[in-house]
Write a protein that binds this ligand. Structure first.
Ligand code: ADP
Length: 595
């Protein structure tokens, strides 16, 4: 709507400008036409007076007139007309009859014609110079008439009249863009640039006008047909005219100027179609330009809107990201704090644990020491008390002379002392000997040495020995003597176990283990270790054997020896139902020694 309004405004402005220009041009043309007409008429205005002053003119109007005088007057007028460039020059008697004329020798000769009805004749006869425009009743040609009275003394003898041709002037009007016409007071077109408008009337002549025209015979017998268009006043106060129809229709602004001397009005019709066309062109151009600008503006606006939208989305995404990062950072911070706290707690716990562990170890050591002391004092006190009792008894018996009985008591004391020394001997082996270096030893050799010590016991038990040492599992890292001691212990226990069973077999085997060590097993066909006491058999002084038979130190010492050599000792149920003790021993090339 705004674009339409602006275009209309621009068109209107352009139209106003163009119209102003058209009007200005029209006004200029009008001025030129008026000046031209005035100049043209002015040239002839005073000529009738001059001619009226000629003797020959006065003579021809004086009575009586000779044919000679008439001829001379005719010749004079003919010469004068040719000389002055007027169409006709003639002399009229007071009764209106023409007595001499420049066209006397033509078919259209005015001589003998009566012009008393013409106003210029009447005016001149009345003593004033006459002017008139009209169509010649004789020649049927348009012309402008000037007249003057012919005076002799105080009397007016007649009238001299000149008819001027306006055709040449009028012919020059047809070439311009503006239409030019001369209109008489009755609304009839006397002269016009366009031939078809000449001697036509805008207003159908009313009875009065008809009467006036008929009286002066201004238009001779011309019918004064309607010109076909009229003048209107438009909204701007301009007098306008529309001429033609359809595609040829043109619109004019009418500029008028009265020429009172000449008795007519000059009209210039300035073509305003050009202005209209220009306005239309400007309007359309403005419309296109504004539409283009609006379209460009729209595109730019849309782009900007889209750009802003994109920026907004990006900002939102960024903000969301930052928010998430901040959230995650807070979470991580929290987790970190928790973790730190946990680490501190763990450290504290670990510390407490270590403390507790070392406390426990200390406590364990003390407990072991206590246990050991208690066991030792028990083991020593009993034989010592018994020995003391036997000694007292022996003394009493000897005093009473019962020597044999006293001797038996002393023998018992000796037995008890043996037992005590045996205990102390075993206890010696508890002492650690970390300086004993591990060496590569052959199991075949160790087992053989052990058999020389324990062989008799095995034979006593009537057990059969089965020794199978895998050559691939022969070499181990150990302290030979101590390993031998362990084997002696284990085989001795096995011999004890099989003693009362019908099937008495002891098997010693070695085999490589999956973890690179060698497993040495001592298995028997005895009753095996009951499940209930299995956890306790490696405890010192634990024994199921009768008094005087077992000390309960063998397995305990063996366990410690094996552990000192970097190996393990454990007990399980054998395939035949007996006990199976397995030593796991390091091999050369495994562990510290790379060769
Ligand atoms: P001791 O032989 O003096 O009793 P040990 O420490 O050698 O002391 O053995 C502890 C106990 O383990 C034995 O009393 C016995 O009950 C059990 N034991 C050891 N070897 C065997 C075995 N081969 N078969 C069954 N029980 C065994």
């Amino acid at each position: 709507m705004a674009i339409l309004a602006a275009s209309a405004y621009a068109a209107n402005l352009a139209y106003t400008r163009a119209l102003d220009q058209t009007i200005a041009n029209g006004a200029e043309t009008l001025n030129l036409v008026r000046t031209g007409l005035e100049g043209h008429l002015a040239r002839y205005e005073n000529l009738p007076e001059l001619i009226a002053d000629q003797d020959i003119v006065k003579q021809v109007l004086s009575e009586p007139v000779s044919p000679m005088t008439e001829s001379l007057a005719n010749l004079y007028l003919e010469d004068a007309a040719a000389l002055l460039g007027v169409m006709d020059a003639y002399v009229i008697r007071p009764d209106g009859e023409t007595i001499a004329a420049s066209n006397h020798d033509t078919q259209m000769s005015f001589v003998g014609r009566n012009f008393r009805y013409r106003p210029y004749f009447q005016d001149a006869l009345a003593g004033a110079p006459g002017r008139f425009f009209g169509i010649g009743t004789t020649s049927n040609k348009r012309g402008y008439y000037f007249s003057a009275p012919v005076r002799v003394g105080g009397n007016i003898l007649g009238v001299v009249a000149l008819k001027i041709d306006m055709d040449a002037l009028e012919a020059s009007w047809g070439s311009g863009i503006s239409e030019i016409m001369v209109v008489d007071p009755e609304g009839a077109v006397f002269m016009a640039g366009r031939p078809e408008w000449r001697v036509r009337s805008f207003v159908p002549p009313g009875p009065d006008a008809m009467a006036r025209t008929a009286e002066t015979r201004r238009y001779a017998d011309a019918p004064l047909e309607a010109i076909g268009f009229g003048f209107q006043t438009d909204e701007n106060g301009h007098e306008v005219a529309r001429i033609g129809s359809g595609a040829d229709a043109r619109s004019y602004v009418v500029l008028s100027q009265d020429m009172p001397d000449a008795g007519w009005t000059v009209k210039v019709l300035a073509d305003r179609t050009v202005a209209q066309d220009q306005a239309l062109a400007v309007g359309v151009a403005a419309l296109l330009l504004l539409a283009l600008i609006a379209a460009l503006g729209g595109i730019l606006y849309l782009r900007k809107v889209r750009g802003l939208e994109r920026l907004r989305l990006q900002r939102e995404a960024q903000e969301q990201l930052e928010r998430r990062v901040a959230e995650r950072t807070t979470e991580l911070g929290l987790a970190n704090t928790l973790l730190e706290r946990e680490v501190i707690e763990r450290r504290a716990t670990e510390h407490t644990l270590r403390q507790t562990q070392s406390d426990l170890v200390e406590a364990g050591k003390l407990a072991a020491l206590g246990q050991m002391s208690a066991a030792l004092s028990h083991e020593f006190n009993q034989p010592l008390a018994a020995a003391s009792a036997y000694a007292e008894n022996a003394l009493v018996l000897i005093e009473r002379g019962r020597i044999a009985e006293g001797r038996a008591n002393v023998e018992r004391i000796a037995d008890l002392m043996d037992r005590l020394s045996s205990i102390s001997r075993h206890l010696r082996t508890f002492a650690r000997r970390p300086d004993d270096m591990l060496q590569e030893v052959r199991l075949t050799q160790v087992v053989e040495d052990a058999m020389t010590i324990i062989g008799r016991r095995v034979t006593t038990a009537d057990a059969s020995m089965d020794i199978r040492i895998d050559p691939a599992a022969d070499a181990v890292m150990a302290v030979g003597v101590r390993l031998q001691q362990v084997l002696v212990n284990l085989i001795s226990n096995a011999a004890d176990a099989v003693e009362d069973t019908p099937d008495r077999r002891i098997t010693v085997t070695s085999q490589p283990s999956a973890d690179g060590t060698v497993e040495l097993s001592v298995e028997d066909t005895g009753p095996g270790v009951p499940e209930a006491i299995l956890p306790r058999i490696f405890d010192p002084f634990f024994t199921t054997k009768g008094v005087g038979k077992g000390l309960g130190l063998g397995l305990s010492i063996s366990y410690n020896i094996v552990r000192d050599m970097g190996g393990t000792l454990h007990c399980e149920r054998g395939a035949a139902g007996g006990a199976r003790f397995t030593l796991s021993l390091q091999t050369p090339g495994f562990g510290t020694d790379g060769s």
